[in-house]
Structures are given as C-alpha cells and as structure tokens.
Design a binder for this molecule. Structure first.
Ligand code: MGD
Ligand code: MGD
Ligand code: SF4
Ligand code: MO
Length: 727
C-alpha cells in the first residue's frame, strides 16, 4: 500500500507523538490492514547514491515494506528515483556481510574465520597501533565513499593521519571544482547550484541527465524544458538528454575543449558577452581574446567533427539568452587528463554569458550558517606529514591514486594500512593491476562494507556495517537556495551482527587509547549537541526528517547581494596568473587527443538510471530491471563486423587486456569511433551471487589513465578496444 497524500497529512499530524521520542505509530485499523499489523513511518535519507534524498520508510511489523520521498526534503521533494525506491533490496540482500571476519589465509586468497566484534576490533586496533609505531600515523589511509565515512575520518584524525582520499574527487568531480575555483574562486557545489528550472538555454557537455539520475536535478531539468528552455547536448552518443535537445552535437570524443574555445572565440569576437558584467567582475578579457584568436569555428570543426555553422549558430543562440544560460558544469569530469582546463573553459564561457550568480544560470547557495560540531572535543593532533596529494600544485586533498602510488613505491613515505569504507577500489580506480600491487604491499587492509564485493576479498579484516535503513549517521546539512538539515535514523534494528559506523569507530577508538575523542554517551547525545545550538530538537527532526530554513539572502546578484570571488585578483579570472606562475596555460589550450588505432574503438562509459556504479548490481529489484551492461556499437560498424544486437563479443584493449563477454547493442545512437558501456558490471566475487559475472567491467579495460597535471585527477577515456568474436 502506498503512502497517499492523506496518509502523509495524517502522518504529519502525529509529529507531536514523534516529538515525545515515541516512534510514529499509525492505527492499523486506519490502514485497513490486519488489526495486528503495526505500521510506522520513519523519516531518514537515502544512501543508494550520494544525492541523499530525504525518504520515509514504511515499516510494518518490524519490516521495511516501502520507501517514499519526503515532501519536506529539497533533494527528493516527495519523490525517490527507481534506485531509492528499491533501497530495501540492500537491507534484505541475502548475500549481505553478516559477521566480522578475519582472513586466516593469504591476502587475496582468503580463508574467512567468523569472529566476535571484540576480536575483530582488538586485532584491528593492534595492527593500526603497530603501523603507527613503526611508520607514523600518516602511513594509514582511509579510502572511502558514503555517509558513514565521516566517523572514520574523525577516527583517523584522532589517530593522526592526514590521508582520506575519495574516488569522488580524483575519479570524479575534482577537475571541475579546481577549474571553477581557478576562475571564480568558488566551486559549483554539491548538489550543484545550478538554476536548471529557470534556465532559458541549457548546455550539457557529456552530462547525461536522465541516465545520470540525481533526483532534484532531473526534476529541475524537466521543469526547465517544460518551461521552454532550449537545449544543446554535446555527446558522442545520442543520450536520453540528447533525445530532448534542440541541437545534438555528436562530438569526436576528447575534443570538447576545441568546441568550447571556438564558442568563446565567437562570443568575444562578435562582442556577444555580457559587457557590464565582465567589466565589473572580470579580469583578463584582452588576454583571453588573444589566447583564443586562432580558435575559429573552422578550426574547431576539423577537430570536433561538428560543422562550423552549428558551432556559430549555437554560440549566437546561447548569447541571445544570456544571462539565463546554464553551462552545466558536469560532475564526473575525469575524462582525458586535460579536464581542469576543459572545466576552466566552461567556467570562462559561463562568465562571458554573465551567468554566474544570475537567474537561470549558476545561483549562490544560502549564506545561512551550518551546524556546529560536537562541542568541547579534545584538540586533534596536527598531522605530522603532508597529505598524499601527489606532485600537483592545485590538488587540495589526498588522492586515491597518490595514496596507491605511495603504497607501491614507499614514496614520499610508505603507506602500510588501508581502511576501505564503502568504496570498491577494484571498480572505482583505474588500472586494477596497480591496485592489487598496492594491496599486496600493505601490512594491513580493513574493509567496512555491507556486501562481499571483490575488493573485500583482499582485506585482512571485514567489518559488516548495517545498511542505511538500520542506522544513525551524521546529520545531513544541505545548502542550496535554502539551508536544510536531514536526519538518518534506523527504520529497523540492525540485522545479523551488523553495526553502524558511529559505534564501530568509537569502540575501535577506545581500543586504540583514543577514548578522549569520544566523549558522547550515545549517538543521540552526539546529534543533540549539534542540533541544539541551532534551536532544533532531535525529537522534532526525527519526526519530520528534514527541517528547512527559508532564506533572506537572494541566490542571485542584486545591488545588495554582490558576489565574492575568492581568487587572487578578487575578480573572475578569464586569464589566470596563478596558472601562468605554475607553468600552466593561463588561457586553456587545446591538445588533440590520441586517436584510436586502426581496428580499435575508444572505450567510453556512463550511468544507467536504475543502478549506482557497481553497488546496486546485487540488489534484486534493480538487477531485475537491468541485469548486465551492453556494448553500444555503431550500427554500420556492427554490420561491417557481421554483428547483430544480442550477439556476445569480447573486448581486448591496447595493452592486450581481455574482457568478459558482453552483449552487443547495435545502434545509430553512437559515433563510429567509440563504443560505450554502463560502468559497474562484471563483478568477480562469487559471494555476490546475482552480480557475479553479469556483464563486463569497464575498469578491467581501463589499464591506461591520463593524469591531470594540475590536480591529479585520472582521465579514464584514453583506452582503445578491439572487438573479438570468439566467446
Ligand atoms: N543512475 C545513476 N545516476 C548517477 C550515478 C549513478 O551511478 N547512477 N552516479 C552519480 C555520480 S557520482 C556522478 S559523478 C554522475 C556522473 O554523470 P555525468 O557527470 O553525467 O557523467 P559523464 O561521464 O560526464 O557523462 C557520461 C556521458 O558522457 C558521454 N561522453 C563520453 N565521452 C565524451 C566526450 O569526449 N565528450 C562528451 N561531450 N561526452 C562524452 C557519454 O556518452 C555519456 O553519455 O552521475 C551521478 N548520477
Ligand atoms: N571506470 C570507471 N570508474 C569510475 C567511474 C566510472 O564511471 N567508470 N565513476 C567514478 C565516480 S564518478 C565515482 S563517484 C566513483 C564511485 O566509486 P564507489 O563509490 O567506490 O563505487 P562502487 O563501485 O559502487 O562501490 C561502493 C561500495 O560501497 C559499498 N556500500 C554500499 N552501501 C554501503 C554502506 O552503507 N556502508 C558501507 N560500509 N559500504 C557500503 C558497496 O557494497 C560497494 O562495495 O567511481 C569512479 N570510478
Ligand atoms: S537520487 Fe535516487 S538513489 Fe540517489 S539518493 Fe535520491 S532516491 Fe536515492
Ligand atoms: Mo561521481
């Protein structure tokens, strides 16, 4: 039975009961169910992806039977996506990790012994203390992705390590954030502060919204289109979004910077930029003009395979709608190794159109203050050594690949322990051979996960976290046009022997002699201390799920709301002196990417709307919807190769690496020079039974990666594959 609007209103009406700390029970009679059925609605937030939409779990007799969006939450607005709706598939996955386990075999050839929490944590504490004693605390790194990671980061801070890399930086949005920060002194934000719903002209460069499902962003995109926004989609593949576009530009992969420079060239040459805005807020127009003077539409046309008339038309059209133009900043931007400069070109174009801080462009997040940390914590030790950010002048944090390199080479200092939380390092990082080599060099690897995916099989200890529906986590503070705070709380008790990270890290901390850092009596005390200074009662938040603060500051530039550009000049930097000083191009320059050799295709990848990376492939409902990925192959090339949709093939990359078999999807919807697959398939752990050997792992073919010299991101679309018929 679904939660109707009336049910929801009834639910809201009983928040007073919730406020007393009692779970919000509804009368079973009112639900028309067996009178013995006890129903409750527990607000929480989704963890199936990191949009973290506010959700409401309907619990019947202690079992979660349905998940719905929480209308009070800005990320869900009452709706969940298919993945969020299927969240119970994680909770009730029969393959879940059930007990702490110790590997009594060799690393990578595990023999698992079920152990108590006390033994697992005691063993882990000893290992971590011994690494600290021998090499120093910086020799342990936390590689993580997900909400519970905040507790692990805190524990590592108390332990003294500065190394907490996330794949969502160097394999995801790192280049974008650095490119925008170099230009505007600010980042596009997460959730992105983009005004899709009010935009009159939207440009998607790669971003495949609709397949990439970030709930409220897709809702805004649909609203913007419904209100008549024009749409340009630049993608070598006819994506779902391209199906809605006024212009689909099937670009030659890896040449987007040439297109962007040509657009900039037209806009400055024809003086179509927002003059008042640029004179007031930007520096470097003259140098920019000079820098792009040879980037003519004809030049770009040869590089990109897009006709020069379309390049000119789209440039003029976008200028016509300025400033209500949204050049979508993208999210997964580690493509070809020149990604920060491509992102910078997108930022420069945004600036020329006057769209930063304008309605329909990029808006400003609320200035309302966030929530404080737990008060009175003992002083965290200053990490002794520099974090492992690699030799990249604009890297801001430790990166996964710099940590991996240090683990292999011992330079600049050895890394001997990995704590891997909610991150499948085999699937997320390019070049699996290097990942394995690094793991073999470790003294100790700990995996905290909910499922026995392949990377956990390399660990010495596995700790079973309970799923998001069984636990508390840190509060989620959202900063969009309004400030919001959302709670995660257990809808049901943890199954098996699984435990939440707040509990695991505290116990482990105490075993390592770090108890001074964990002064709270329990998680509710910990949360309460962060909520109370903002006047929020934990009980109210537990009942409502999300509390939002209407904002008084405008999200757009007005006379009283002037932008603040945190750059050396205090202005938008069309020309970047900081880049020049470090030996990089102050105005982005295009470098032609290597073309696929004869008989090879460039391998590109993306998302499927019903899966999140590799983590949902074992979820029975989502698995039913899409069980294995397919190889998108241009129909003409398929004919030439004598292949039909549904045929199975294997792939071999430029380094001789062969894939598992994959089903062909012969289609006009992709260029002839590349093939495409959804990321995250081809699991090799037998323990995840549904996912096992379904489809192909794109990462197994990504043996080569191009490192962004500015910030260390790993461009992963630099591999070429040949199609092999024998399977
Ligand atoms: N359903 C679902 N949604 C998700 C996720 C998920 O796992 N599942 N993950 C979330 C996360 S963390 C991220 S980072 C985002 C990622 O989503 P996006 O940021 O949208 O990812 P991209 O890699 O930019 O986009 C993939 C698209 O780029 C196209 N492409 C490939 N090469 C090129 C090229 O050279 N030029 C151009 N212009 N296009 C190219 C591909 O054909 C594909 O359509 O999605 C988020 N949303
Ligand atoms: N080839 C290629 N590589 C990529 C990408 C790509 O498109 N192609 N995308 C890149 C991007 S944009 C990103 S953001 C990263 C994503 O990288 P990851 O976030 O590492 O992605 P997953 O492969 O889904 O691995 C997630 C792991 O978390 C576990 N997990 C799920 N929920 C929980 C939980 O509640 N607690 C704990 N402890 N564990 C949990 C899952 O079981 C799984 O083992 O990958 C990057 N790498
Ligand atoms: S977008 Fe979907 S999977 Fe992601 S948090 Fe929201 S409902 Fe969950
Ligand atoms: Mo990502």
């Amino acid at each position: 039975m679904s939660l109707t609007r009336r049910d929801f209103l009834k639910y809201s009406a009983v928040t007073a009961a919730g406020a007393s700390g009692i779970p919000v029970f509804k009368s079973a009679m009112a639900m028309g169910k067996n009178p013995k059925t006890v129903v409750s609605h527990i607000p929480t937030f989704c963890e199936i992806c990191f949009w973290n939409c506010g959700a409401i779990a309907r619990v019947e007799n202690g079992k979660v039977v349905k998940l719905e969006g929480n209308p009070a939450n800005p990320e869900s607005r009452g709706k969940l996506c298919a993945r969020g709706n299927a969240g119970m598939g994680s909770l009730y996955d029969p393959d879940r990790l059930k007990h702490p386990m110790l590997n009594v075999g060799k690393r990578g050839e595990p023999k698992w012994r079920k152990v108590s929490w006390d033994e697992a944590l005691g063993f882990t504490a000893e290992k971590l203390k011994s690494i600290k004693g021998k090499y120093g605390p910086e020799s342990v790194a936390l590689i993580s992705h997900g909400s519970g990671a905040s507790f692990w980061r805190y524990l590592l801070g108390a332990y003294g390590s500065p190394n907490y890399p996330v794949p969502s930086f160097a394999q995801c949005r790192g280049p974008r954030d650095i490119g925008y920060a170099l230009t505007f002194g600010n980042v596009p934000g997460s959730p992105e502060q983009i005004d899709l719903a009010n935009s009159r002209f939207i440009v998607l460069i790669g971003s495949h919204l609709g397949e990439n499902v970030h709930n409220s962003q897709v809702q805004d995109f649909v609203e913007g289109l419904a209100k008549g926004a024009k749409l340009v989609v630049v993608d070598p593949r006819y994506s779902t979004a391209a199906g809605k576009a006024n212009w689909w530009l099937p670009i030659k992969p890896g040449t987007d910077l040439a297109l962007l420079l040509a657009w900039i060239n037209i806009i400055v040459k024809e003086e179509l930029y927002d003059k008042d805005y640029i004179y007031k807020y930007a520096v470097g127009l003259k140098e920019l003009k000079e820098g792009v003077k040879n980037c003519t539409p004809d030049w770009a046309s040869k590089e990109t395979d897009i006709s020069s008339s379309i390049i000119v038309d789209t440039a003029r059209e976008m200028a016509r709608y300025k400033p209500a133009v949204l050049i979508h900043p993208g999210r997964h931007t580690t493509w070809y190794g020149d990604d920060t400069q491509r992102s910078r070109a997108m930022a420069i174009l945004t600036a020329l159109l006057g769209a930063w801080g304008r309605e329909g462009g990029n808006f400003f997040a609320t200035k309302a203050g966030g929530f404080p940390k737990y008060p009175g914590l003992p002083f965290m030790p200053e990490p002794g050594k520099e974090k492992l950010a690699g030799d990249y002048p604009f890297a801001v944090d430790a990166t996964t690949t710099a940590v991996r390199a240090a683990t292999i080479t011992g330079k600049p200092y050895p890394v001997k322990g990995w704590i891997v939380y909610g991150c499948n390092v085999m699937k997320a990082l390019p070049n699996q051979k290097e990942t394995i080599e690094a793991i073999k060099n470790l003294d100790f690897m700990l995996a905290i996960d909910i499922l026995p995916f392949e990377h956990t099989q390399w660990a010495d200890v596995i700790l079973p976290e309970c799923t998001y529906l069984e636990r508390y986590d840190d509060i989620k503070v959202g900063k969009g046009k309004t400030l919001s705070v959302t709670i995660r709380q257990p809808a049901v008790q943890p199954m098996y022997e699984s435990k939440p990270s707040w509990w695991i890290t505290r116990e482990l901390g105490i075993k390592m002699g770090l108890e001074a850092y964990f002064p709270w009596s329990d998680i509710e005390d910990y949360l309460r201390k962060q909520l109370e200074p903002k006047g929020v009662r934990l009980e109210d938040l537990k009942a409502k799920g999300t509390i939002s603060y209407p904002d008084t500051a405008a999200p757009y530039i007005t006379d009283n709301n002037q932008p603040n550009f945190d750059t050396p000049s205090g202005k938008i930097e069309l020309y970047s002196r900081q880049l020049r000083e470090k030996g990089f191009d102050p105005v982005p320059k295009f470098k032609r990417p290597e073309a696929p050799p004869e008989g090879y295709f460039r391998l590109i990848y993306g998302r499927n709307p019903v899966h999140t990376f590799s983590r949902t492939v074992n979820n029975k409902w989502l698995w039913e919807l899409y069980k294995e990925n397919e190889l998108w192959l241009n129909a003409k090339r398929a004919r030439d190769l004598g292949l039909n949709s549904g045929d199975y093939v294997m792939l071999m990359n430029q380094d001789g690496m062969k894939s598992e078999k994959i089903k062909v999807k012969a289609t006009e919807r992709i260029r002839e020079d590349c093939v495409y697959m959804v990321h995250g398939f081809g699991h090799v752990s037998r323990e995840t039974k549904k996912a096992y050997k379904r489809g192909t792992d794109d990462q197994s073919l990504i043996t080569r990666y191009a490192i962004d010299p500015l910030m260390g991101g790993t461009g992963m679309r630099v591999n070429f594959v040949k199609i092999l018929r024998e399977v």
